[in-house]
Structures are given as C-alpha cells and as structure tokens.
Design a binder for this molecule. Structure first.
Ligand SMILES: [Zn+2]
Length: 103
C-alpha cells in the first residue's frame, strides 16, 4: 500500500497541496511549498536530486530563478565538492543562467 499521493490530487490527507517545484519527468521529485517537505520517486534517491529539491526548500517562491540557482550552487559546492560545483557553474554560464560572481 502506498502512502504517497499525486500532487495533482492533494496531500496524504486529501487536502490541497501547494507544490513549489515539480521538475521534469527526468527528475522524479518535488518540494512541497507549505511544509518544506521533499518527495522523491523510487529511483530519485540521488544526492544531486536531493540537493536540487533542498535548494527549492531554502529559496521559497524562487522557482528556478537566481535565489534557487545561488542556493543550489552553494549546496553543490559544500556537498559534492569543488569539481562538481565548477562543472555546474560552467554549464550554467554557458547557458547564460548565471554571469559574473556567484556565492
Ligand atoms: Zn526544480
């Protein structure tokens, strides 16, 4: 028996669920705006996915905007190391998501 619920139909109690982030079909996880709860699909328990969702929790209402990106970069640097941080920063700059100095 599953205790999870669909984000489209509400939370476990059947009430409305405010979802800040539901990422692409390739990232099976999301953060719940009202509670800061992170929900992950069965195959999503990877550190990069968890860090992505934590970045949503620490940047409420930011979507995938600058505050989210800054939080994600900080988390990646602290948890995955400088090489992962540098690779992510390089890719974000290549895609014109960030420019100049970042935290
Ligand atoms: Zn996201």
């Amino acid at each position: 028996m599953s205790t999870s619920s669909s984000p489209a139909t509400g939370g476990p109690t059947g009430g409305p669920t405010s979802i800040r982030s539901r990422c692409s079909r390739h990232v099976d996880g999301y953060a719940v705006d009202a509670t800061g709860e992170i929900r992950l699909g069965g195959g999503s328990l990877r550190e990069s996915v968890v860090l992505h969702e934590i970045a949503h929790v620490v940047s409420p209402g930011a979507g995938h905007g600058p505050a989210f990106v800054a939080g994600l970069l900080t988390l990646v640097r602290e948890r995955l190391g400088f090489h992962s941080y540098g690779a992510l920063l390089t890719e974000l700059r290549r895609r014109n998501v960030v420019e100049g100095d970042v935290p």
